[in-house]
Design a protein around this ligand. Sequence first.
Ligand SMILES: *[C@@H]1O[C@H](CO)[C@@H](O)[C@H](O)[C@H]1NC(C)=O
Ligand SMILES: *[C@@H]1O[C@H](CO)[C@@H](O)[C@H](O)[C@H]1NC(C)=O
Ligand SMILES: *[C@@H]1O[C@H](CO)[C@@H](O)[C@H](O)[C@H]1NC(C)=O
Ligand SMILES: *[C@@H]1O[C@H](CO)[C@@H](O)[C@H](O)[C@H]1NC(C)=O
Length: 319
Amino acid sequence: MVKALILCSVSLSLLLLFQLFSICGNAKNTKLVPALYIFGDSTVDAGNNNNLSTTARAISLPYGIDFNHTATGRFTNGLTVPDYFARFLGLPFAPPYMNLSELERRTTTTGLNFASASSGILPETGSFTGSPLTLDNQTDLFKITAKTLDVQNIKVHLAKSIFFISIGSNDYIMNYRNIASKMNKLFSPDYFAKFLTEELVKRLKKLYLIGARKFVVTGLGPVGCIPAIAKSTPHEGDCAESFNQALLSYNKELFMKLSKLQSQLYGSFFVHTDTFKFLHELKENKEKYGITDTQNACWDGKHDPCAVVVLTSHQYALP
Ligand SMILES: *[C@@H]1O[C@H](CO)[C@@H](O)[C@H](O)[C@H]1NC(C)=O
Ligand SMILES: *[C@@H]1O[C@H](CO)[C@@H](O)[C@H](O)[C@H]1NC(C)=O
Ligand SMILES: *[C@@H]1O[C@H](CO)[C@@H](O)[C@H](O)[C@H]1NC(C)=O
Ligand SMILES: *[C@@H]1O[C@H](CO)[C@@H](O)[C@H](O)[C@H]1NC(C)=O
């Protein structure tokens, strides 16, 4: 605790900031940036799917048990990573765009959330749950928003704001496995990783053209360890390692592409988060973090609401 306090009082680089925002509060409660804009899938959706025609919804407990016991549409027991981030930045939680009125969409200048559970980088990825917002939908809606946002200087506003993008797992869960089983030779993990990251880069460039400059792009976590995936994939050990290897291929490729992008796009800044390493560390040292079970979903009811979520301690530990 003492150590954390000392760390929190020094000025932080973005990288350090990212490691520390979950344990540090923003004591002064001043805004560190004007706004936080969020794009992605269920890892960061804050309720958009409640207002869309899709079956991918987190509308009942145990979702939200630590969010004032309310299932808001977040696919987690409590806060999402961008919620913690917003808190650290001195901003309110970015509200889900689909739940706002036209007026609120223009006047909410501290950030908006466009993320939609079950979506992927590829437009077709989420379609089996209905019509979630594809990543293209999300960037299109953001473009419309940027045109009407109630700020004095939109260019400065966007350049100073942070763009948080967390997406790609569903392209593996829902697309890659199907494609790979059909076209194993044509779609090697490396080939798919190159293809998918290239598709993501196209959308990141779109955001840059609208005015985004500061990006946080998450790598993929160990999806092969998600209970529903591990249980439906033949494997030895705790996790579907072949699946995890494919994701590591993606993470490596993403890291290289983001570095390249930063050198290509004038004034841009990219932070790549190593979600895989972070969650792997939690899993391997679960006792240290107070986690009791990393093998089973937290709820074994008829559906499995904990199968595809940000992995937090509660999701592991629930009876
Ligand atoms: C949606 O908007 C209503 C009305 O403002 C609000 O009460 C509710 O909490 C919002 N839901 C989410 C998930 O943000
Ligand atoms: C829970 O409710 C309290 C009181 O209304 C509020 O201050 C707090 O922000 C809420 N917690 C979350 C996670 O929304
Ligand atoms: C979104 O859906 C919720 C219930 O799911 C509803 O209360 C709210 O009015 C809807 N918001 C909009 C903007 O349609
Ligand atoms: C998402 O994109 C599709 C394809 O362009 C379009 O038909 C649909 O209306 C969009 N959805 C929203 C909510 O903008």
